[in-house]
Design a protein around this ligand. Structure first.
Ligand code: PEP
Ligand code: MG
Length: 921
């Protein structure tokens, strides 16, 4: 193991920005800022390796680490001319977690550590404020008891309430009829006087003694060891685990622990604390943006209990109340220094930074600097604008945007023309429109979402314990907190709609009361919204509506289009779409699809009238009956194909012949059976018998795919005819068509030879009837291991392959697609798979078969076109593999097309593939 401690302070640091793995994002940022000469309180980072060693030793600090920490504390003491544990010149520290990737609010932080009764008295003397010292002390006991000693915060609520009442009496406020929230409003923390605080501290200690059987630790070093252990422990707490899973953060990374000299933002009105972003994290606009609170500690801003003020004046004429409260107005010098520092940091790190700062008696300190989290929209705008500013290259801009976050840009927004009833306004914390039933707890959100309901989680403010509910909800509404509150930060990360700090809303006892205002801001009425009522959020504007409001599809920004142009210029893989209707085809084309990679013809049969004909076809006793049913289907199919060909004019359209898992199409109940019996003129009993005869034990491996055509060739005959007639019709209208007919689930050359001959026979007939020919390509899906292995033989018949990685995963792993959901979660949890193999390709297993299929197929037919049309075609990490494998295209659902375009560009850059020729398309 390397050294355990990395010191920073006095303009020098052991670590730097490159060492995120070892020091965590926060530790690396503090080290780098110190090196840059930015004012940072000195401190040291205990490395992630120590965290991992701590767990390896059964949660014990490795030998020697305590001595190294003591030595580092000694360095801090001499730098600051203070002593840890001394009442005369007390040194207090903060102890914070900091992993390689930021996990906002997921792990623990302890402030003001190093206090006991005597030291608190010393601190009072030194700062000249007894109130301040006691406030710091009682906050420390509360946090330490909660995080380190396991005595939950709410056990202290009553004691705090009593202290408020005591203070109220001294202030002459009648507190007898006030509830807890009203009392807090009338007697905020800042009005708690030294006497009330002193008795509160005593009561808190009594509570700790009662709950743990031990007195609160007085020895600062004992406090420090406890806090460091608790920070390491918090790496494996429940909410951190949930967060890691959602963001694919490996548990093996561990967290670092930062111990840093305290500076105080709560030392009076010339002190304060805040958070800032070098650009707007929600829109990406280039403006210095953030929030602060005077006379407060950092946790007050993030906890969202007090709604913070803006940093800058709005620039609008006239001084409104918000402007007057801004840091710019209140402390112009500290503000100017902060503006200078943020500019320097952004230039240095060449990315948008998220900063935490504290001003102690007018002096500015930076406490954190890290790459800022941002919405998908902001990510695109920042990347494009930074490239134009010359701060980064276009290539870097492409690599900066997480393809997954593009999804957010494609979310629907509120239909501006729809009638709607405004309920309230809050902060536009995370974009997107969401409608759902109101729920008031995370558990309830999870429960109702589990029943398939869309829900909006409404809370006074969220805390990390709410994360599972936020995950389950469509949107989040909070009554308190700013743009950097927990709800705002987490929702933005999840890409969920969120309206925060909606002060017209108050939540209590399972309902929310909403105050309505007139245009002049005067309250007019109050209405009550109960659990289960529908509301709609517009996270882009911060508006809340009563009831369900219609939404419209996303409009993409100019920067997005620009980024896509850059991405397309470096991308080698083509991107097509899976689309089964003219409407989907149009959506896909609008998103930049370069053709259809999979049109699932059975999906064209889902509507009422058609499914009846399909059932007739399936249940018909002989060929004649089947042909009668097929004759009904032919016109539907033909007109659908005409629509799809028109939408995809000039681009290839791969149509897969019927591949219905039969069980999805059989009559499901008595009523359907009766209806069918009437339509077919066959007794229901007879149909029931046939139905039972067709039932399969394992329909996924049953009479599916081209096996259907081997037993009933007339089905593929009808489909081939519908495709070719449609192609001729569209071509006759002067529109270029490129039909590709694809055979599903083939495993032998002979299957392909038979179906190919069938298609060719039909084609010749149709061309003769129509008096024109169109080029049509014949190909197959590779969905079975055997197909990949005998790809050389299949390529003798097929002009293209499309890897159906859904089935190829199912058949390679021997895991049924329909049943996998029940146990694959446990496989991911146990680390057997890093991700669900049906979402993200199993590269070493299924991927190997793809490569075998590629090599053998291309050896037999040079220039064989290769694509992918399973779900993996829209998954960025799978796309990286398909790029490395040298396939020609991926095909994915329409909304994932932009994701795939960007992912393909990133994959090309990562592989630095020379832009070699691709097969003609
Ligand atoms: C596949 O198996 O990957 C595929 C695209 O086909 P389907 O999902 O329709 O079985
Ligand atoms: Mg398939």
């Amino acid at each position: 193991m390397r050294r355990s401690i990395y010191f920073f302070g006095g303009g020098q640091a052991d670590g730097d920005a490159q060492q995120k793995e070892l020091l965590g994002g926060k530790g690396a940022g503090l080290a780098e800022m110190t090196r840059l000469g930015i004012p940072v309180p000195p401190g040291f980072t205990v490395t992630t390796e120590v965290c991992n060693a701590y767990y390896a030793a059964g949660r014990a600090l490795p030998a020697g680490v305590e001595d190294e920490i003591k030595a580092a504390i000694g360095r801090l003491e001499s730098l600051l001319d203070a002593r840890f544990g001394s009442p005369e010149a007390p040194l207090l520290v903060s102890v914070r977690s900091g992993a390689r990737a930021s996990m906002p609010g997921m792990m623990d932080t302890i402030l003001n550590l190093g206090l006991n009764d005597e030291i608190a008295r010393g601190l009072a003397k030194r700062t000249g404020s007894e109130r301040f010292a006691l406030d710091a002390y009682r906050r420390f006991i509360l946090t330490y008891a909660d995080i380190v000693l396991g005595v939950p915060r709410d056990r202290f609520e009553e004691a705090l309430g009593r202290a408020r009442k005591q203070a109220a009496a001294r202030l002459g406020v009648d507190a007898t009829r006030l509830n807890a929230a009203e009392l807090e409003r009338k007697v905020p923390d800042s009005l708690l006087d030294p006497e009330s605080l002193a008795s509160l501290i005593q009561r808190q200690k009594d509570i700790v003694l009662g709950a743990t059987g031990r007195p609160f630790p007085d020895d600062p070093y004992a406090q420090l060891w406890g806090a460091i252990r608790a920070v390491f422990d918090s790496w494996k707490n429940h909410r951190a685990q949930v967060y890691r899973k959602m963001h694919d953060i490996p548990e093996a990374w561990g967290t670092a622990c930062n111990v840093q000299a305290m500076v105080f933002g709560n030392l009076g009105d010339d002190s304060g604390t805040g958070v800032a972003f070098t650009r707007d994290p929600s829109t990406g606009e280039r403006r210095f943006y953030g929030e602060w609170l005077p006379n407060a500690q950092g946790e007050d801003v993030v906890a969202g209990v007090r709604t913070p003020h803006p940093l800058s004046r709005s620039g609008s004429l006239g001084a409104d109340a918000e402007d007057a409260c801004s840091l710019e107005a209140q402390m112009p010098e500290a503000y100017a220094e902060l503006v200078e520092v943020q500019g320097r940091l952004e230039q240095h790190f060449r990315d948008m930074q998220d900063l935490e700062f504290t001003i102690q008696q007018k002096k500015l300190f930076l406490l954190q600097c890290r790459t800022g989290k941002r919405t998908g929209r902001a990510a695109v705008r920042i990347a494009v604008e930074m490239a134009k500013e010359g701060l980064i290259s276009q290539r870097e801009a492409i690599l900066r945007v997480d393809p997954g976050s593009i999804d957010q840009l494609l979310h629907p927004s509120i239909d501006a023309s729809a009638p709607k009833r405004l309920l309230a306004r809050g902060l536009p914390a995370s974009p997107g429109a969401a409608t759902g039933q109101v729920v008031f707890s995370a558990d309830e959100a999870e429960r109702r979402a589990g029943q398939g309901k869309a829900v909006i989680l409404v809370r006074s403010e969220t805390s990390p314990e709410d994360i599972h509910g936020m995950k389950a909800a469509r949107g989040i509404l909070t009554a308190r907190g700013g743009m950097t509150s927990h709800a705002a930060v987490v929702a933005r990360g999840m890409g969920k709609s969120c309206v925060a700090g909606c002060s017209a809303v108050s939540v209590s006892q399972g309902q929310m009361a909403v105050t309505l205002y007139d245009d002049h801001g005067h309250p007019t009425d109050t209405i009550t919204v109960k659990a289960g009522d529908l509301i709609t959020l517009d996270g882009g504007t911060g508006t809340v509506y009563l009831g369900a409001v219609p939404t419209v599809p996303a409009a993409l920004s100019g920067e997005f289009e620009e980024l896509m142009v850059w991405a397309d210029a470096v991308r080698r893989l083509r991107v097509r779409s899976n689309a089964d209707t003219p409407h989907d085809a149009r959506t896909a084309r609008n998103f930049g699809a370069e053709g259809i990679g999979l049109c699932r013809t059975e999906h064209m049969f889902f509507d009422e009238e058609r499914i009846q004909a399909v059932r007739e076809m399936i249940l018909a006793d002989g060929e004649a009956g089947r042909r009668r049913a097929l004759a009904k289907l032919l016109p539907f199919q033909r007109s659908d194909f005409v629509g799809v060909f028109r939408e995809m004019a000039g681009l290839p359209v791969t149509i897969r012949l019927l591949d219905p898992p039969l069980h999805e199409f059989l009559p499901q109940d008595e009523a359907q059976l009766q209806q069918l019996s009437r339509a077919m003129g066959v007794p229901a009993k007879e149909l029931q018998r046939k139905n039972e005869e067709l039932a399969e034990y394992n329909p996924m491996l049953g009479h599916r795919g081209c096996r259907l055509a081997i037993t009933s060739p007339e089905i593929y005959e009808m489909q081939a005819r519908a495709i070719l007639e449609a192609a001729c019709e569209v071509a006759a209208a002067g529109i270029e068509v490129e039909p590709e007919i694809m055979i599903p689930l083939s495993m032998t050359r002979r299957e392909l030879a038979i179906t190919r001959a069938l298609v060719e026979r039909v084609a010749e007939k149709v061309f003769a009837e129509k008096g024109r020919r169109v080029d049509v390509r014949f190909g197959t899906m590779i969905e079975l291991p055997r197909a990949a292995i005998v790809a050389g033989e299949l390529a003798e018949e097929a002009e293209f392959f499309s890897f159906g990685t859904n089935d190829l995963t199912q058949t390679t792993l021997g895991i049924s697609r329909d049943d996998a959901g029940r146990f694959l979660g446990a496989y991911v949890e146990a680390g057997i798979f890093t991700r669900d193999p049906f979402q993200s390709l199993d590269v070493s297993g299924v991927g190997e078969l793809v490569e075998i299929g590629r090599d053998r197929g291309r050896a037999a037919r040079p220039g064989l076109k290769l694509g992918v049309c399973g779900e993996h075609g829209g998954d960025p990490s799978s796309i990286a593999f398909f790029e490395r494998a040298g396939l020609d295209y991926v095909s994915c659902s329409p909304f994932r097309v932009p994701v795939a375009r960007l992912a393909a560009a990133q994959a090309a850059l990562a592989a630095e593939t020379p832009r070699g020729p691709r097969s003609t398309d």
